[in-house]
Design a binder for this molecule. Structure first.
Ligand code: NAD
Length: 462
């Protein structure tokens, strides 16, 4: 059943799109500048909403939800004119002589952007700036679960942009289902793998192209050559940002057996240094988003053997940073994406076994390797497929807009950020321009043996 309201909204966006207003690069740049100003003028309200939803500190919110977006807007504004020029490419096939070939980027039309709750502001805004820079209209649907941020986004967007150009819709699965009954020109989804399948199926009914930014279990490997002090700090930072509710956080650790004890000591020291002896009192430590996820994570604490942490407080939705060992791949904690502050620690003797084990599971969104051994680095990069990652660090592949961000296999389809966002939200229209108008008789029937011989000679095949 189509929802009349969404159908009408989409018709209005189609009418606006057909006026050609969004084709102007000047218009797109003005809209990006406007969005940046709106974000900057409302920084404290955005920070307050994120504090309510996730207990994010001001610094974490400003860096990971706001600056990362405004910085990308600046980069896109600086480069948009260059990116949107037709790209000239060679025309090597003889039948194309004489002539020129080029790729034109054109907007799809109206795009639907669906966001998750963990970085509820950034993961709506970052795809939205991609949609704007490529000249699309957009409907955004933030996560209903981060309800304060959802209200904030809906207010900011709907008070400042006309709905026939960009609009924000409140709601959850029901609204998404109704929205997907409509024929959008592109769907950009960030969320879990299971819901990603539902989105892909719904989009397939209209043959609508999609990007799926999904999750999974991202391994972090520490070998016997790694600088353990540094690794421990980077892993704790990457695992405990947003209390582990980060799609690309290290999900579990694989450490060479010879350095497990030392690494565990250093991990504990890093947790204490960052969040104190009692992280529940730290203003830098986030809470779990809701009771459902709190209960899910509490159940996972029953797996294996707790080396550190393990305490919880339901009224505060608090789960302590927790290290566990003695887990097996059949335990629930190793069967699902953890998405919380629990870090299972597995040991290995031989890197080849780690590679085999990781490869026997769905392709992860990220992989992190701490090593000084170039051979180990090459081996992992060559033989394991994953969305993206770091050598001797965590998370930072997402912070560089020159790197495409996205998963592979079960962790996602497509990628974005910076120029890749412009590409993702644009159709590449291939144009061959014949000039001057010279005919090659070779092209035309009758297709004789002699013509074939000539063609092969031109192609250096005969
Ligand atoms: P989710 O898939 O539950 O929800 C995402 C969006 O889908 C929400 O807007 C929600 O309203 C909608 N939705 C939920 N159920 C639906 C249904 N049955 N039908 C239609 N729409 C539905 O994800 P989440 O819990 O908000 O976020 C956590 C997941 O997202 C994790 O798996 C995480 O790894 C992943 N994630 C991925 C990235 C990335 O960039 N790859 C970023 C953040 C989160």
């Amino acid at each position: 059943m189509q929802d009349k309201r969404y159908g009408t909204l989409l018709d209005e966006q189609r009418n606006f799109f057909s006026t050609g207003t969004t084709l102007s690069i000047h218009f797109r740049i003005e809209q990006l500048k406007k969005l940046k100003a709106i974000i900057q003028n409302n920084e404290s309200a955005i920070v307050a909403a994120l504090r309510k939803d996730l207990h994010k500190s001001e610094m974490e919110s400003v860096v990971t939800e706001i600056i990362i977006v405004t910085d990308e807007i600046d980069h896109i504004i600086k480069n948009l004119k260059k990116w949107s020029k037709p790209t000239k490419v060679p025309s090597p096939f003889p039948l194309c002589w004489p002539g020129k070939s080029e790729i034109h980027h054109e907007p799809y039309g109206s795009v639907l952007i669906i966001g998750p709750w963990n970085f509820p502001f950034m993961l709506i805004m970052s795809p939205l700036i991609g949609a704007i820079c490529a000249g699309n209209c957009a409907i955004v649907k933030p996560s209903e679960i981060a309800s304060h941020t959802q209200d904030m986004i809906v207010g900011l967007i709907n008070n400042h942009f006309p709905s026939e150009y960009i609009t924000a819709i409140k709601g959850g699965p029901q609204e998404v289902t109704r929205l997907l009954d409509e024929k959008f020109d592109y769907v950009f989804f960030t969320g879990g793998t299971q819901i990603g399948k539902i989105i892909l199926e719904a989009a397939a009914r209209h043959l609508t192209p999609v990007t799926l930014e999904l999750g999974g279990k991202s391994p972090c490997i520490v070998d016997e050559t790694a600088n353990l002090d540094f690794a421990a700090r980077r892993i704790v930072w990457g695992k405990l940002m947003n209390a582990g509710q980060v799609c690309l956080a290290p999900d579990y650790l694989y450490v060479h057996h010879s350095c497990k004890t030392a690494l565990v000591e250093k991990l504990i020291a890093a947790v204490k240094k960052f969040y104190g002896d009692d992280p529940s009192k730290s203003s830098s430590y986030c809470k779990i988003i809701n009771k459902r996820h709190f209960d899910r994570l509490t159940r996972l604490l029953k797996n294996g053997n707790i080396l550190y942490g393990g305490s919880t407080s339901e009224p505060d939705l608090y789960i302590a940073p927790t290290l566990i060992d003695n887990v097996s791949w059949t335990d629930p904690v190793m069967q699902e994406e953890i998405f919380g502050p629990i870090l299972p620690i597995l040991t290995y003797d031989n890197l080849e076994d780690v590679i085999k084990t990781v490869n026997s599971h769905p392709k992860p969104l990220s992989l992190y390797l701490f090593t000084k051994n170039k051979h180990h680095e090459k081996n992992v990069l060559k033989h394991v497929s994953f969305g993206g990652g770091c050598i001797n660090d965590c998370l930072l592949q997402i912070a560089n807009y020159h790197l495409p961000f996205g998963g592979v296999g079960s962790s996602g389809l497509g990628a974005y950020h910076g120029k890749y966002s412009f590409e993702t939200f644009s159709h590449r229209k291939s144009i061959f321009r014949k000039s001057p108008p010279i005919d090659l008789a070779l092209e035309y029937p009758p297709y004789t043996r002699k013509k074939l011989v000539w063609l092969k000679r031109l192609l250096k095949l005969g």
